[in-house]
Design a protein around this ligand. Sequence first.
Ligand code: ADP
Ligand code: MG
Length: 225
Amino acid sequence: FNNELQRAEKMEIISDLAASVAHEVRNPLQVTRGFLQLLGERSASSEKAYINMALDELDRASGIITDFLTFAKPGAESIKTLSIAEEFRHIEGVLTPLASIHHGQITLDIDPDLYVRGNSSKFKQAFINMIKNSIEAFQDEGKIIIKGCKENGEIVIRIQDNGVGMAPEELKRLGEPYFSNKTKGTGLGLMVTFRIIEAMQGTLKFDSKKGTGTEATVRFPEASE
Ligand code: ADP
Ligand code: MG
């Protein structure tokens, strides 16, 4: 019992620390990126190559923070009853600008009376990582449809996109750390997503067809309001 308590306390200290580091490190990274970009515009092409490499590495560092700690706040580890509709309204607000930049849109179709137990920041992180992948997979007119409903007493959330899709060999590797097909990918996004969903006693399954699109299905035990 003592050990369990100590472990829980340690985990809380670590996640608090990670949250404050993420918060503090993000800004200087953004500022550095801005200055490097300015420098790049003014330099000879021989130097531009180095500056672009530096920019790529900065983006990788920001990507790691984004995939793990977008909503992390020190001391905010509480488990509550979450309204799926409310969480997704927030997620939609965060990701709609990114979807627009990539010439696509997000549509929500979520029943109002769906509740699960979990931590709101972690829940949002899990789904943002998935939906960001859908946006990054857009072909020309990107569409993401997010559905939420109750099926056989379970809460089911489906995220469909019409993006580039995946071959069976890729599908098998989803959630494996560092598995990425992107030049600026971390390969950590879905690993984080799987961990969060499993910790909430949920499951995550992907169906996909190369060239056509992908559907992710998440199932959670239902919580009462
Ligand atoms: P990252 O996005 O940094 O590459 P992820 O763990 O988020 O890492 O995703 C791993 C890989 O899975 C991606 O590089 C991509 O190839 C593939 N993938 C995930 N979701 C989708 C999707 N909706 N459509 C197409 N490919 C996807
Ligand atoms: Mg990703």
